[in-house]
Design a protein around this ligand. Structure first.
Ligand SMILES: [Zn+2]
Length: 179
């Protein structure tokens, strides 16, 4: 294939489709530069220990979201920590609600391998009743234009756990979408 046959596009989703189809494409950026993209398989197997984070991922497999609470000052972390970041004391595991609210969000037009098929996708920082820190997760089943600060959302869990953070995502709570 010579270069002039390559598809030129300024939409990255079209680059992805063209890579699936032909293995190469030209992405034209905002300055007009033509950037050659190719597809390059890359596989690696990690053996990874979750160590003291293990209860969080085991919880997801049971449909539970676990945070941690400081045994001294009672600060509750929605993203679990082994020790309190404020007073340094150890924490203990607590169950968080499976319903929360959108604290902030963004829409990702680029993603790592695990998320390519659902790109663009929405990332949200989730507020939980009773927790003082936030949890980063995905929000599915709605468009970027549907999301607002304070939006009620609820957790969904993978039927077949992979014991990774992708076992958890959120969807709009019933009635939360503005008409
Ligand atoms: Zn503390």
């Amino acid at each position: 294939m010579c270069a002039k046959e390559l598809k030129k596009t300024s939409r990255f989703t079209e680059v992805q489709a063209e890579l699936e189809r032909t293995g190469a494409a030209l992405f034209v950026d905002k300055e007009g530069s033509e950037n050659l993209y190719i597809r390059s398989p890359y596989t690696i197997q990690y053996i990874h220990s979750y160590a003291e984070d293990s209860p969080f991922f085991l919880g997801l497999a049971e449909g539970r979201i676990r945070g941690t609470r400081c045994t001294a000052c009672q600060y509750t972390f929605a993203t679990p920590r082994g020790h309190c970041q404020f007073c340094g004391e150890p924490t203990q595991w607590v169950d968080l609600p499976t319903k929360g609210k959108v604290h902030a969000w963004t829409t990702c037009h680029y993603g790592s391998e695990a998320f390519l098929k659902e790109t663009p996708y929405n990332l949200v920082l989730v507020e939980f009743e009773g927790a003082k820190s936030l949890l980063l997760s995905r929000l599915k089943d709605c468009g970027e234009e549907d999301i607002y600060v304070g939006m009620p959302i609820e957790a969904r869990f993978a039927q077949e756990p992979s014991y990774s953070i992708t076992d958890l995502w959120f969807v709009p709570a019933p009635g939360s979408l503005k008409k």
